[in-house]
Design a protein around this ligand. Structure first.
Ligand SMILES: NC(=O)c1ccc[n+]([C@@H]2O[C@H](COP(=O)([O-])OP(=O)(O)OC[C@H]3O[C@@H](n4cnc5c(N)ncnc54)[C@H](OP(=O)(O)O)[C@@H]3O)[C@@H](O)[C@H]2O)c1
Length: 222
């Protein structure tokens, strides 16, 4: 990922999306928050730009944000995922789309409830089509951890159906300031998506703020 790339974040005024937007803006990247109501997203835009000390973030509709971007990150609720992807589909052909959707079904968010398609990531690829480079990531990072500047210790598992797609998504995760670990094809995203409900249970049981995962046994350069 180059510093000049524009990153659209659909749902970027929400908890996870604004955290990713903020970290990217502080690192010097240009971000467009995709919102159903770009006017309403202006407060978030102003806060992130103030924290970054530069006008690096703006807001637009989902379609316009995706059209302006080189990379599109999807941070909307599972119930809204397919509609959001269908809106941007004409604007993301050939682009990298990093889907962060976890298939949570409120109110039982602490229960693993994977969709019949296998994973939210596979749904994203099916909706967008094979001419879009779909990856998935960020499923196990508590949005609160992305607020502020403190180092984040947990790993981000990255999934995608080719080396090129996974490498591009790894670069995005690293730009956010997290360690990325490639974990196989999109079908494997089910494991990370399921793990989110497990982490929610762990947070409840141990009154932990934001339990995360760390992969051990990797070589020193990782
Ligand atoms: N929060 C976390 O810690 C976390 C961690 C890992 C993964 N995730 C996943 O990331 C995704 C976003 O989570 P979040 O916690 O950031 O959600 P959120 O705070 O509720 O924000 C999601 C954003 O999605 C947009 N949206 C589009 N359609 C919507 C609808 N029908 N109802 C509500 N919002 C809608 C909204 O933005 P506009 O109104 O501006 O369009 C909203 O701000 C989810 O799939 C979640 O499972 C979250």
């Amino acid at each position: 990922m180059k510093l000049g790339d524009t990153i659209a974040i659909l749902g970027g005024a929400g908890a996870l999306g604004s955290g990713i937007a903020s970290r990217l803006a502080k690192a010097g990247h240009t971000v467009v928050i995709g919102s159903r109501d770009p006017e309403r997203a202006q407060d978030t835009v102003a806060q992130i730009n103030a924290a970054a000390g530069a006008e690096r973030v703006s807001a637009a509709t989902y379609a316009n944000a995706a059209a302006r971007a080189d990379i599109v990150v999807v941070t909307v609720p599972f119930a809204a995922q397919q509609e959001a992807l269908a809106i941007v589909r004409p604007h993301v052909v050939g682009k990298l789309v990093v889907d962060c959707t976890v298939p949570l079904k409120p109110p039982k968010v602490g229960l693993v409830q994977l969709p019949p398609e296998g994973s939210a990531a596979q749904i994203a690829q099916a909706v967008l089509g094979s001419d879009v480079k779909v990856a998935s990531a960020f499923h196990n990072v508590g949005a609160k951890l992305l607020e502020g500047d403190a180092p984040i210790e947990c790993d981000v598992l990255v999934f995608g159906d080719s080396d090129e797609i996974r490498a591009s998504a790894v670069a995005l995760v690293e730009a956010v300031g997290l360690r990325a670990v490639e974990a196989g094809p999109l079908a494997n995203s089910a494991a990370a998506e399921a793990l989110t409900s497990v982490l929610i249970q762990i947070n409840r049981r141990y009154k932990a703020g934001h339990a995360g995962i760390r992969i051990t046994g990797l070589s020193g350069d990782h």
